[in-house]
Design a protein around this ligand. Sequence first.
Ligand SMILES: [Zn+2]
Length: 297
Amino acid sequence: MTDFDSNPLTNPYSPAPRFTWPDGKKCAVMVCFDVDGETTALSEDPALANRLTTMSQCTYGPTVGVPRILGLLKHLSVPATFFIPTYIVENHPRMTEAIADAGHEIGAHGHLHEKLADLDPEEEEEILQKSISILKKFTGTEPLGYRAPWFEINPGTPDLLQEYGFLYNASMMGDDVPFLHDNGLVEIPGQWMLEDWEQFAFNAEPAWGVIPEDCDKVFKLWWREFEAMRHYGCCFVLTLHPWLSGRPSRVQLLEHILSKIQEYGDAWIATGTEIASWVLGNPSARREVDFDRGGSA
Ligand SMILES: [Zn+2]
């Protein structure tokens, strides 16, 4: 599979796993889709509504990417977590319904993909309330998971999420297994390396991204990280945007990653709420490594 595989080590470094996962699984896998669609452009500048080509590239996510991705997830029987700005929920209600009907989790992701750092605490709370009520209206339930637009949260965000009944946040990057905030909110951390924007985003004007990467190269990047996270007992959080990863070759890339993970048979592929529930029900599952929190290598 990789260059690493053709050069196996006789005595690999194998510390105790970072986390104890259900049924003796070696690692956890959370497949996330941030269905930003048109809010990708509109949250940057509402005037982009008149840039029909730019807008159509964003619309491709909800209208073509999501159906293809849902088909693949059904084909593989893989559960996923979709974080959807509620502007998208309102404008693509049947898409939202199809995601929920397929049994996937739907989490909150702002209304118009607002950057939390630009909001004062009152505005942040107002948008959170609005997104919860729209999600409840369209899906019948209040969200338990939250992913901040651009992954960035404010100091008050964890308490706000706990106040509004969230089980977990999936926005921070300071670990590779879940942890608890001081208020008991679960954090399921991600990382930029396992995000598709850096690999695939491109728009001429406004300028987004650099050069769309070769899927073979991205497969190698993500697969190598998965194998290492499996080795160390981590939580592999892959974050994809349907307007990028719904394109044909990238859906096949995802199919290869998920199929190879399933072939191992020892990775727990779960939704955010399933992972958060496991974390809350098994307080000793996490092995601390931070020396300043009493951990050890
Ligand atoms: Zn987003």
